[in-house]
Every structure is written in C-alpha cells, then in structure tokens.
Design a protein around this ligand. Structure first.
Ligand SMILES: NC(=O)c1ccc[n+]([C@@H]2O[C@H](COP(=O)([O-])OP(=O)(O)OC[C@H]3O[C@@H](n4cnc5c(N)ncnc54)[C@H](OP(=O)(O)O)[C@@H]3O)[C@@H](O)[C@H]2O)c1
Length: 269
C-alpha cells in the first residue's frame, strides 16, 4: 500500500498535514512521541478507518529511531511515496546557557533524523520513479538569528540539504520541496520560550503553511514561502549588508527568558 509518512504529526503544522491528507483520502503513517494525541487525531480524521492511518510512535531524538520507522513500514508493507518532515523544536535564549541535552536533541531531531529518514526511504522512491519529500524549514534558516542560533542553523541545514536533493533527484521523478514559514500559530513558541506576540510580524495559521506546501509540491517548487511577507523578508536580504540582516532578524525574533532579553541592546533600534 502506498502512503504518506508525516513526522511531528501529533501537533501544529504536522497535525494540519494529517487533516489535509486525510481529507484527500491518502493513507498515512504518523510519527511523533505522543501516541495518545495521534490516536485522538485518527479518531477525528478517519473515524471509519478510511483512509488507513498507522501510528509509529517514536522519539526522533533517539538516533536509532529512523531505522525503526523504516522497519515498521517495511513490516507492514507500507510503501512510502511522500515524506513530510515536520518534527522539530526551537530554543530561544543565550547560547551560553543552553542545556547540553537540549542542544543534542535539537540537532538530532531537526537535522539528523530528517536526513536519515530521507536516506532510508529515497531508494524505494527512485525504484518506483516517483515520490516526494516536503521538509519544513523556516525563514529563520536564511540567516543567523541571535538568541535562536542553533535552531536557525538547523533550519539552514534543512534548506541546503533540500536544495541539493531537489536538483540531484529531479530527473528521477522525485520532488523535493523546502517550506520556509515565518511565525505560525502552534505550540512551538511555548516550547521554545519565544514570544511572537512581542514581534511586529504577523502569525499565520498552520493551514496556510500546509496548503502552500502541497501546492508547491505539485508545482515542483524548490522553496515554498507560505505568505508573501515570508518571501519578501528573504528576498530583501539580497540588497542589505549581512550585519543589517542579522540585526533585523534579532529585532523580528525578540524573546524574553529568565531575565535575558533580545529587545534591549540586541534589537535593531
Ligand atoms: N510554529 C512556527 O512559528 C514555525 C515557524 C517556522 C518553522 N516551524 C517548523 O515547523 C515544524 C513543526 O513545528 P510546529 O510549529 O508545528 O510545532 P509544534 O506544534 O510544537 O509541533 C512539533 C511536532 O514535532 C514533534 N516532535 C518534537 N520533538 C520530537 C521528538 N523528539 N520525536 C518525535 N517527534 C517530535 C512533536 O511531537 P511529540 O511532542 O508528540 O513528539 C510535534 O508533533 C518544526 O520543524 C518547526 O521548526 C515552525
């Protein structure tokens, strides 16, 4: 059975992908740690069992987990035609005080797990001469973001990696799209200790990201910017000195965390 694999399916943007693909009657494999949330979601989107939705509850912070996801699919004869890599999280705060376990988990979940999952599933797609990968990055991946530095670096990794694969696999029937949203209304910010309400940037809905991503996949776009503002913020960087770009990023991504603040001496004005 061919299906779509969605990581980070229990919440936020990933959960919205599940709703959208279930509406389109795609069979799905859902990956996240929160099995109970995944079960609730299936009850909501597929109460009668169609489309068929499988749960593969895994902690992608464990380096062995992508292999287990692959084996789960093989064992259940699930041929993954599309991977949506949504699992990820951020940490806002001074890098010097970032907990080391958080650092390692972020690199593992945001970058390594994504890259290994793609590596494991892509040969089957190549053999079928069709398939797709949707990787969720961020506009934060186009430059450094003070006080969100490691997160921004993981998102840059996703952009560079996806660009390479897009070109490398384009003549083998595989579409690779990297989606670069600005602020989206999800649980991401509470987890990251970030406060988008203190920014002048608007906050969009997960459905906006998902619709843009699927449209981008059909059109085989390289980058997908869910809103015009997301596109504009990245486009304008071409005309600005890098230092100004960095200070603008600090201004647009303010945070307050345990007495630290990026809105005082680190802000643009
Ligand atoms: N929200 C934004 O403003 C925004 C902007 C740009 C990009 N993004 C990106 O969008 C993606 C989705 O984030 P979101 O906004 O939807 O955040 P969210 O609501 O917090 O959802 C994050 C998802 O990632 C999963 N996840 C986190 N750690 C995991 C782990 N160790 N193993 C397996 N799954 C894990 C979570 O599932 P469990 O907790 O159940 O494991 C959850 O389903 C992320 O890559 C994020 O960087 C978000």
């Amino acid at each position: 059975m061919s299906c779509t694999l969605i990581t980070g399916a229990s919440n936020g943007i990933g959960r919205e992908f599940v709703r959208e693909f279930a509406r389109r009657k795609s069979d799905l494999v859902l990956v996240a740690r929160s099995e109970s949330l995944l079960r609730q979601l299936i009850a909501e989107v597929s109460p009668a069992g169609s489309p068929e939705i499988h749960i593969c509850a895994e902690d992608l912070g464990d380096p062995q987990s992508p292999q287990r996801v692959y084996e789960y699919c093989a064992r259940n004869a699930l041929r993954v035609e599309l991977i949506v890599n949504c699992a990820g999280f951020g940490f806002a705060g001074g890098y010097a005080s970032m907990p080391l376990d958080e650092l390692q988990e972020m690199v593992q979940v945001n970058t390594a797990a994504m890259a290994v999952l793609v590596r494991l599933f892509i040969p089957d797609m190549i053999a079928q001469k069709k398939g797709g990968v949707i990787n969720i990055s961020s506009i934060g991946g186009f430059q450094g973001v003070p006080f969100l530095g490691l997160y921004a670096a993981t998102k840059s990794f996703i952009i560079t990696f996806s660009e390479s694969l897009h070109e490398e696999l384009s003549d083998q029937g595989i579409k690779v799209v990297v989606v670069c949203p600005g602020y989206v209304e999800t649980g991401f910010h509470a987890r990251a200790n970030q406060y988008p309400e203190h920014s002048i940037l608007p906050v969009s809905k997960p459905s906006v990201v998902v619709k843009a991503a699927i449209k981008g996949l059909y059109r085989n776009r390289l980058h997908v910017f869910p809103t015009f503002l997301d596109f504009l913020l990245v486009f304008l960087q071409r005309f600005l000195p890098r230092r100004v770009v960095l200070k603008t990023a600090a201004f647009l991504a303010p945070f307050k965390y345990k007495g630290e603040s990026s809105t005082s001496e680190n802000a643009l004005f």
